[in-house]
Design a protein around this ligand. Sequence first.
Ligand code: PGA
Length: 237
Amino acid sequence: MLIAGNWKMFKGSHEARQFATAIRHLPERARGVDVVVCPAFTALEATLAGLGEQSAIRVFAQNVHWELEGAFTGEVSAPMLLELGVKGAIVGHSERRQLFGETDATVRLRAEAALEAGLAVIACVGETEAEREAGEMQHVLERQIAPFPQHERLVVAYEPVWAIGTGRTATPEMAQEAHALIKSLHDAPVLYGGSVKPENAASLLAQPDIDGALVGGASLDGTAFEAICLAASQARA
Ligand code: PGA
């Protein structure tokens, strides 16, 4: 089970460091759960410092560029992340796709370069409400997943766009159906994301093809994040 907290554009370095220190022992309580946090670029170093050397929590970035260096204003490369002690990166989050022009082609470049450099990757897919209503879910997921490399350090996150930050969660049955489809297309663990909270985590994580969660809003609160990690620990106990 993998539980990843996506902090999005929340928590500056001061708050991130304090929060990291507060949760650093969480994996010792949530047995069998691989815990990841994804701070903003500016808070990566402070998060690592707050966790300290001993914590089993891994730190991932929220994005990564495909070139090692170059004239790419506003981007950050895999070697830059590795130098800090960052272990992975999210690629293709729906907010990147919808708001910042990310495409299947650029997601592929980012994922391949990150894996090649030695980072782990959480590669995100998910249909919009309009796509689901038009009966295009399968087609959209196939198109988004096709570019993902097959790699032991790649994990897929299924995040239906209509469930992100909206409080609307896919039912466990809807999520299970999508996860089973994704696993038939790509051999990788699949996380569920979209309004995961302490109240719905156990039922989602009980589904056979849900291997963890990518948690946005609820990961910003230590108590809620811990409750989700504990639910994950119990789900496969
Ligand atoms: P949410 O975000 O949990 O706030 O819906 C999930 C995500 O976007 O990764």
